[in-house]
Design a protein around this ligand. Structure first.
Ligand SMILES: *Cc1c(COP(=O)(O)O)cnc(C)c1O
Length: 293
C-alpha cells in the first residue's frame, strides 16, 4: 500500500456551485473547490504537496521548515504520526524556545514532531548549503529528507497538477490563495493552456511571480499554463487581518454555510468578490475558488 492509500484522501475533492448575488448580478457563476475536505489532518492543499515528498523520502525522517503557525508543519507532523516516520520541524524564532507552545506547535509536538527553534538570520539563510548542513547537525537529523519551507519543491508542484486536472472543463478561471506559490504553479500546469489560473498572494512583497516561474521550470522544465497574480488583497501581509476582513468572512459563512479560514481563504474570497464587483469577469464566466483549508 502506498502512503497515498494509507492517508485515504477524498479525491477528486468536491466541486460545489453556490449562489451569490455579488457574482450572479454580473452573470458570473461561483464554484467552491473543496480541497479542505481532502483529509482531516493534512490541512487543505498540503495533502497534494506532501504526499509526493513522503514517497520520495521512502521512510527516512523528514525535516522541514515553518513559522510558528505553519499549516505545512502541522500537516508534516500529522503525516509522520499516521505513517510512522520521524519528523523534525525547524521553526523560525529562537525566542519561542522554552516558552509554552502555541496551539499549532503543540499539535505538531503531540504528533511526535521534534521542534528545533532557530534565530531569524539563520532561518533566512536556511537554503545555503553550509547553513543547512549546520542546521541538520544541530537538529540531529543528518540523514533526513529535507522539504523546503511551505513544502514547495518540484515534487510538490507536480502533485498540485492534479488540482488543475480535476477542474479541466469545469471552470474558466480558477483562483487560489498563494503563500509560496507552489499550489498555483501546479494548478496552472494541470488546467491546461485554455483556462486561467489566478493567484491571490497573502504575503506582501511582489516577489512571487518570479518564484512561481522558477518552480514551474524546476517541476516541468518551463513555464506552463496561463496564470497571473492579483497582489491587492494581502491585508498587510502574512498573518495580518482587519475587522473588515473578519466581517466579510463571517458574512460569507452565513450566506453559504462554509467555514472561511482567515489567513488565506478569506483574502482569496474577498479578492474575488471585489474583482466581480469591478467587472473583472465577463458574463458567462465560471469562477472556481479553491478552498484550501
Ligand atoms: C499553505 C496554504 C496555502 C498556500 O499554498 P502555497 O502552495 O504555499 O502557495 C493556501 N491556503 C492554505 C490554507 C494554506 O495552508
Amino acid at each position: 500500500m502506498t502512503s497515498a492509500d494509507i492517508l485515504t484522501p477524498r479525491l477528486p475533492s468536491p466541486l460545489d456551485e453556490v449562489t451569490d448575488d455579488r457574482f450572479a448580478r454580473h452573470g458570473v457563476r461561483l464554484l467552491l473547490k473543496r480541497d479542505d475536505l481532502i483529509h482531516p489532518d493534512l490541512i487543505g492543499n498540503k495533502w497534494r504537496k506532501l504526499v509526493p515528498n513522503i514517497e520520495a523520502a521512502a521512510g527516512r525522517p523528514v525535516l522541514t521548515f515553518g513559522g510558528a503557525y505553519s499549516n505545512h508543519l502541522r500537516a508534516t507532523a500529522a503525516a509522520g504520526r499516521l505513517l510512522g516516520f520521524p519528523t523534525t520541524g525547524v521553526v523560525r524564532g529562537e525566542e519561542l524556545a522554552g516558552r509554552p507552545l502555541n496551539p499549532s506547535l503543540a499539535r505538531c509536538a503531540a504528533d511526535g514532531m521534534r521542534l528545533h527553534f532557530v534565530d531569524r538570520p539563520a532561518y533566512r539563510r536556511k537554503a545555503e548549503p553550509e547553513v543547512l548542513a549546520a542546521l541538520l547537525r544541530a537538529a540531529g537529523a543528518e540523514d533526513a529528507y529535507v522539504v523546503p519551507e511551505g513544502g514547495s519543491n518540484a515534487a510538490a508542484v507536480r502533485g498540485c497538477r492534479a488540482l488543475g486536472e480535476e477542474l479541466r472543463g469545469r471552470a474558466d478561471v480558477v483562483a487560489v490563495a498563494c503563500g509560496t506559490g507552489g499550489t498555483l504553479a501546479g494548478l496552472a500546469a494541470g488546467l491546461g493552456p485554455d483556462r486561467r489560473a489566478l493567484g491571490v498572494p497573502v504575503l506582501k512583497g511582489g516577489f512571487l511571480a518570479g518564484e512561481i516561474a522558477r518552480l514551474q521550470v524546476e517541476a516541468f522544465g518551463g513555464r506552463r499554463g496561463q496564470w497571473s497574480l492579483d497582489e491587492r488583497f494581502h491585508f498587510g501581509g502574512y498573518g495580518r487581518t482587519t475587522p473588515e476582513l473578519h466581517a466579510f468572512a463571517e458574512d460569507f459563512e452565513d450566506r453559504h454555510g462554509v467555514r472561511v479560514e482567515r489567513l488565506y481563504v478569506a483574502k482569496l474570497l474577498y479578492g474575488l468578490v471585489t474583482m466581480a464587483q469591478q467587472g473583472a469577469f465577463g458574463r458567462g464566466t465560471a469562477v472556481a475558488a479553491v478552498i484550501t483549508a
